[in-house]
Design a binder for this molecule. Structure first.
Ligand code: PRX
Length: 653
């Protein structure tokens, strides 16, 4: 643990409060606070009652089996998430309802109903079977924001083939690492996708990755970009050649509640990403119920979660939670500034979007672009706004409510993680008095707390570490293939308590304010990246001897990546090398991980035991008063780094 959150400069004294409007409360899915007491009185009974509203082939024998730190929920029950997301609604007469309005960046669109989605998922499932995929086989998915990505996820869930979606912004190397770790047998990709008016090629990266992935036998390719691609006749097959000719019925496998649904790789404090394992039954109940409570979803809503499907937000709140609730969703392929900076708002107006869920980075970007873009559209259909992924500063919160939400929509600031699978801390929009910048309090059935170094709850008005004290249904079931790392990362800091890695403050009213990571994990635009991953990419360059990376505050992206690089003897640090280093990170990890600034230095500030003083580098990057440097082994280097940082930091915008 690197920081003491009680020492973290105490935020803002934010005093504005926003009680729910009576009209909103009157129609809300959760209209009073009795749900908290209900969960408190009988946690297992509470989740079991909600689980009963889903389809189970066989009901569970036991709600929870908790062998710390390994949980099993709905033990002995069998179900199928694809069935619960699709067949259940179609059988109940809801097949004609639109499941997704999909909007392509160039302007092509498609609306797909639940009945159509079910048929296409069945065809895709049959196609996967034809390619040799069976229950238990892993499928990797490296594809853009197209409906086929969602169809493939549901098809995998249908036949019990755990999938792992790799965000399309990751590089070939990162994709290969994830395929190695998961042992995937098939890769789904696309030729390319549309980004900011041009085609971003994907298959070349996938092909590159597959050079080192012997477990992958077949590659299924969606045509989207229309770009030229290489083709391996033995291995590659077009989606449009395989899937449409399949039968559109495919029975949903009866799967154990604890059957692995997916793996999702996320950064930790080392360079090797962790395969977070999620299973079927508890995840279904957790994501669907939280989606219903937090977003207050009603049959007529048009709900837009603007995350990428490659992150956990996309898994839980574009795909599984919303479909389980028979929601009409919206998916947009491209960037918010194409053809102009009002693209999102024109989509909101055209489709009558009523609920919007996005990251603070996006909100800050829109703020910077100016009010005229949202101002030129009718946004009156919006009735609820949400944020996720990073702390939201009160100014951005207020702007979001005023400019996007007509000064009346509730805002739900939702705290959760890849590991938690579902939203854990959030207002309930019909019940909670919100404060800009606070995720408020744990949801019903969630025992999040803020504790001190010894694991004791901190009193009101104090800071500490965010933890979760009791198991919850959508919790991770482990790190794939690495139980030891699972125990060490999440369960070793405090006896019997899940340590989330975030610092938080509990205010005088008991509200939780999440302050950010306390470990060496950065949060750039809501994407988690470890300092170690970037450092290892940098030292992989032949000119680099050593490097240290820190996240520094950035007005738009939350944190920006600042790198300090020690070059090998005789190498000169110039513009050309700066560009090469940025390119190296982009190639090794992905383009979203490029450092914003790189400073060449003779040495790095280190303690006498040889540990790099990242906190000091952060202070330098943020132009803060430096603390005591006398414990450093090489104190004079600090002055030198300071000088170089102001001289030329190689800023990349
Ligand atoms: O630091 C917290 C931050 O994002 C981390 C989780 O990142 P990831 O697993 O990529 O999932 C992001 C989307 C669920 C957390 O440890 N974080 C997430 N939501 C918030 C947040 N920080 C402050 N406020 C939030 N609402």
């Amino acid at each position: 643990m690197a920081e003491d959150p009680d020492a973290i400069e105490n935020l803002l004294q934010e005093s504005r409060v926003f009680p729910p409007l009576p009209d909103f409360t009157a129609q809300a899915n959760v209209a009073d606070s009795s749900i908290y007491d209900e969960a408190e009185q009988d946690l297992e009974g509470f989740w079991a009652r909600h689980a009963e509203t889903f389809h189970w082939f066989k009901k569970w024998d036991k709600v929870l089996d908790w062998q710390l730190p390994f949980a099993q929920w709905f033990v002995g029950g069998t179900t199928n998430l694809s069935y619960n997301c699709l067949d259940r609604h179609v059988e109940n007469g809801g097949g004609d309802k639109v499941a997704y309005h999909w909007v392509g960046e160039p302007g092509d669109t498609r609306s797909i109903t639940y009945a159509e989605l079910l048929s296409e998922v069945c065809q895709a499932a049959n196609g996967l079977k034809e390619l040799g995929i069976e229950k238990g086989d892993r499928v990797a998915i490296y594809s853009p924001m197209v409906l086929e990505t969602v169809i493939a996820m549901l098809a995998c869930a249908r036949i019990g083939a755990p999938f792992t979606v790799v965000f399309a912004g990751f590089s070939a190397d990162s994709l290969a690492d994830r395929i190695h770790d998961s042992g995937a047998k098939l890769l789904l990709t696309a030729d390319g996708s549309n980004r900011r008016g041009s085609v971003f090629p994907l298959k070349p990266q996938a092909d590159e990755a597959l050079k080192s992935c012997p477990t992958v036998e077949r590659q299924l390719v969606v045509r989207r970009g229309g770009n030229e691609v290489d083709w391996d006749e033995q291995r590659d097959v077009w989606w449009h050649d395989l899937i449409p000719r399949q039968s559109d019925t495919c029975p949903a496998e009866e799967l154990d509640a604890e059957h692995m649904l997916y793996l999702l790789y996320t950064s930790g404090t080392t360079a090797k990403p962790k395969g977070i394992k999620h299973t079927t039954g508890g995840y279904m109940v957790g994501t669907a119920m939280t989606h219903k409570w937090v977003f207050d979803v009603k049959p007529d809503d048009v709900y837009w979660c603007a995350a990428d499907v490659g992150w956990v937000t996309g898994h839980s709140y574009i795909v599984f939670g919303p479909l389980a609730n028979h929601t009409t969703g919206l998916m947009y392929e491209g960037t918010p500034d194409f053809p102009d900076k009002d693209r999102w708002w024109s989509i909101v107006e055209e489709y009558g979007v009523s609920i919007l869920y996005c990251a603070p980075t996006a909100i800050r970007t829109f703020m910077k672009w100016g009010d005229e873009y949202p101002g030129s559209h009718d946004l009156s259909s919006l009735r609820l706004l949400g944020t996720v992924g990073e702390p939201i500063n009160p100014e951005a919160w207020i702007w979001y409510r005023k400019v996007i939400g007509s000064d009346k929509t509730p805002i739900v600031d939702t705290w959760w993680q890849t590991e938690t699978g579902m939203i854990m801390i959030s207002p309930l929009p019909g019940v909670t008095v919100t404060k800009p910048g606070s995720a408020t309090r744990p949801l019903p059935g969630v025992s999040a707390d803020v504790v001190d170094k010894n694991g004791v709850s901190v009193p009101r008005g104090h800071g500490g570490y965010l933890v979760i004290k009791k198991p919850w249904p959508a919790m991770l079931r482990g790190i794939y293939g690495n139980d030891e790392r699972y125990k060490k990362t999440y369960w070793s800091e405090y006896e019997g308590i899940y340590f989330a890695g975030d610092g938080a403050k509990r205010d005088e009213d008991g509200y939780i304010w999440v302050l950010g990571r306390v470990d060496d994990v950065m949060n750039v635009s809501g994407h988690r990246i470890s300092t170690a991953e970037i450092e290892s990419a940098l030292v992989g360059h032949p000119s680099v001897a050593e490097s240290a990376v820190v996240g520094r505050s950035d007005a738009t992206t939350g944190q920006a990546i600042a790198a300090f690089v020690v070059l090998r003897a005789g190498v000169k640090g110039d513009e050309n090398l700066l560009a090469q280093l940025r390119e190296k990170v982009s190639e090794d990890i992905g383009r979203f991980a490029k450092p914003k600034s790189i400073v060449f230095t003779e040495d790095l500030p280190k303690t006498r035991s040889g540990k790099i003083m990242r906190r000091l580098l952060r202070d330098i990057s943020e132009h803060r008063q430096l603390g005591d440097v006398t414990t450093l082994a090489n104190a004079p280097i600090v002055a030198e780094i300071l000088e170089r940082s102001t001289e030329s930091s190689g800023e990349d915008d």
